[in-house]
Design a protein around this ligand. Sequence first.
Ligand code: ADP
Ligand code: MG
Length: 287
Amino acid sequence: ATPTALMVGTARSAKMGVLIKNGEVLQEVSKIDTVVFDKTGTITVGKPEVTDVVGDKQTVLTVAASLEEASEHPLATAIMKKAQDLKLAPSKIKNFAAIEGKGVRATYEGQTAFVGSDKLLTDIQIDDDLANKATALQNEAKTVVYVGLGEQIIGLIAIQDVPKKSSKQAISELKSRVLKTVVLTGDNEKVAQAIAQEVGIDQVIAGVLPTEKAEQIKNLQEQGRTVAFVGDGINDAPALSTADVGIAMGSGTDIAIDSGGIVLVQNDLRGVVRALDISKKTFNRIK
Ligand code: ADP
Ligand code: MG
């Protein structure tokens, strides 16, 4: 394409809230055959809410909120809000530690306490009843975190983050252009499957630690795919840089926006389709 065609292409997409950093990025977009999405804040709205508490509600939420007060994770925000709504006051904790991609730990009233996924439960058995409840909630696309106190699980909290209204349509438009769609998340497999089904995504890669996201993109590239990755978080920055095209949500963290070649100002996944169409037009018209 000529420099003028590139300018026209990027200007046209900018009008639609799709900021493409340069002509090279626009050209790469025309080669994409696979679009990989982060889940939270990308496919979903990114405002998770507590829907269920299993166990003694007050105790479970008080312990969880006391730990999550020190965390900035979206799940922590959801738990804090629920505790506040129920007027439960968090207690002071000591020795707080965030375990990336797994949860949080601290000392709560002299005892070890934790909130997080089953990846945190290395030495603890989950009893069958609780495990069944967790599975049922996960199948409803709810993220389950276990709450532990003194080496025992005292309950669990289910948290739901609904897909954006536009996500399903965006995925279906991508599939009609014969692209493969993938969700890549640190969340549990069942939750990821449920969300994928809701919006029509083909493939699920779940339970991925933040440090492994870029590795998963490389795997797909080694399988011969040309990959766009769409994400919003600090954790997504390496995957955004590794992908053939990194696409960041405008609502994302600064580091995600800096790592992306494209920014979706309106946080709407249909922007990926717009970028694709403009790129195809720009590079097919002028040879
Ligand atoms: P995502 O890929 O959706 O951004 P993360 O890698 O941030 O997910 O987290 C993966 C999982 O680790 C979460 O689904 C949750 O089970 C657990 N987790 C991470 N941070 C926390 C936290 N602060 N409180 C509770 N659970 C957490
Ligand atoms: Mg995210």
